[in-house]
Write a protein that binds this ligand. Structure first.
Ligand code: ACO
Length: 429
């Protein structure tokens, strides 16, 4: 039987319909609230607002559950690859052997950038942050493919999606090479997605980078774990832009900008900076934890806390183990890993973090893995962006293919000046 919420306002009673998702999360539908009552809802930071219905990713933050299209992240992390998971997110089902082959071939066919794009890279100063380059170049890439700017057409979608997913990795590697004054390395079609990225990052014109399977797998796991996370800041940005029917590349460029923020994707870089600072000052972590608890210090324990996970982040569990594995396989003894483990142990016993349900998130250990495989710190968030691309593509498609979709347009409670009239300059205080 349908459950109806009842709202009492100004002496009147209003029934509000409710709905239930496939995993039993419940929502009150306030779509007609303003029309019926004159009121809107106010929810700073959207902590309690469902912005859409979505069939892509399910998270239960209290239980520490993350599933892509119904499949637990733990199973995908163990058995799948980034490219297969990308297909799953974008198309909704795991691919057959043939579908995966076609998808991989399409990625390979789209791995090169238009040769003229090389000149765009030249325009950035040497110290440009690769996230700035990534965002600009994703937008620039769309100019070389005018069909993209035409917007969503189901018959073009496969090619557009593959183009974005494939080129973003080439752009990212080129951005790194450019920012280090190194010659650009072209992709090699014999390599799979993640191996090709490592090749473009670290090969030299005179010597190919040695691709170690454990390194390729570790990076593939990082991007897979980042592939989607429902309505987070950057994905909501992508959906917002998509709702205006902007093209896929424009949406992704906007997503990159949102992801760059240190409270979001920028946290993996911030974690390593924090660990390096703790190491440099000889602190065992206790001073930093004390500062993180002090609201006047301006410090936070980076890589800790999450808007949704209030028990544990399932990705953090997987990544912590992967971090131990890769460091031992590569025979690396990283003091920053010891500091991270110590910080985690101390924070998980500290009432400040326990009471606020602050646990390590996916970024707490991912930076240590990337450092171990030689990826420089300023590229960490770029790797996150490559990983998140399938999720953004899937969300873009969900928005633009919704026949009943409307442009996203939140309301506000205005708190500025009330009506006043324009004074001449001489009359202004
Ligand atoms: N260190 C210290 N205190 C923290 C931290 C932290 N990392 N995170 C939250 N808190 C405190 C807040 O100050 C607040 O304290 P109060 O109740 O005394 O005011 C309380 O815990 C609740 O936190 P909120 O601010 O409500 O958490 P919110 O959901 O708004 O923010 C966020 C979540 C942004 C992830 C936050 O925990 C944070 O800044 N963490 C550090 C940055 C980080 O690791 N970001 C990566 C997120 S995961 C991702 O994007 C992949």
């Amino acid at each position: 039987m349908e459950n109806t919420a009842e709202l009492k306002l100004d002496g009147k009673s209003y029934p509000l319909p409710t709905l239930e998702g496939s995993e039993k999360e419940r929502a009150v539908d306030i779509g007609a609230l303003r029309a019926k009552t004159g009121y809107i809802t106010l929810d700073d930071g959207f902590g309690n607002t469902g912005s859409c219905k979505s069939a892509i990713t399910f998270i239960d933050g209290e239980a520490g559950i993350l599933r892509y299209r119904g499949y637990p992240i733990e199973e995908l992390a163990e058995k799948s690859t980034f490219v297969e998971t990308a297909y799953l997110l974008i198309y909704g089902e795991l691919p057959t052997h043939e579908q995966l082959r076609k998808f991989s071939d399409l990625l390979t066919a789209n791995e090169m950038l238009h040769e003229d794009m090389k000149f765009h890279f030249e325009g950035f100063p040497p110290n440009a942050h690769p996230m700035a380059i990534l965002s600009s170049m994703i937008n620039a890439a769309s100019c070389f493919h005018p069909k993209l700017i035409e917007g969503y057409k189901p018959e073009n979608f496969d090619r557009q999606a593959a183009r974005l997913l494939s080129k973003v990795r080439t752009i990212a590697a080129f951005a790194y090479r450019k920012s280090h004054g190194l010659p650009i390395i072209y992709p090699k079609s014999v390599y799979k997605y993640t191996a090709n990225f490592l090749h473009m990052m670290f090969s030299e014109p005179y010597r190919d980078y040695e691709l170690k399977p454990e390194v390729v797998r570790a990076l593939d796991l990082i991007v897979l774990l980042h592939a989607d996370h429902e309505q987070n800041c950057s994905t909501s940005t992508v959906r917002m832009i998509a709702s205006a029917q902007a093209n896929l590349f424009a949406c992704a460029a906007g997503g990159v900008c949102a992801l760059w923020g240190p409270l979001h994707g920028g946290a993996n870089q911030a974690v390593l900076e924090m660990l390096a600072e703790i190491h440099k000052t000889g602190d065992d972590g206790s001073k930093f934890i004390a500062a993180a608890k002090d609201k006047t210090s301006g410090k936070k324990l980076m890589g800790f806390g999450h808007r949704v996970y209030k028990n544990f982040d399932p990705r953090a569990k997987i990544i912590k183990k992967a971090c131990d594995d890769i460091l031992s396989k590569l025979h690396i003894n990283d003091p920053l890993l010891d500091i991270a483990k110590h910080l985690e142990e101390a924070a998980l016993k500290d009432s400040y973090f326990v009471e606020r349900k602050l646990y390590p998130n996916v970024d707490f250990y991912s930076g240590i893995i990337m450092r171990a495989i030689g990826i420089p710190m300023e590229m960490f968030t770029v790797i996150f962006a490559i990983g998140r691309m399938p999720g953004w593509i899937a969300h873009y498609r969900e928005v633009v293919s919704d026949a009943h979709g409307r442009i996203y347009r939140p309301r506000q409670v205005y708190t500025g000046a009330t009506l006043r009239h324009y004074p001449a300059t001489k009359d202004r205080a």
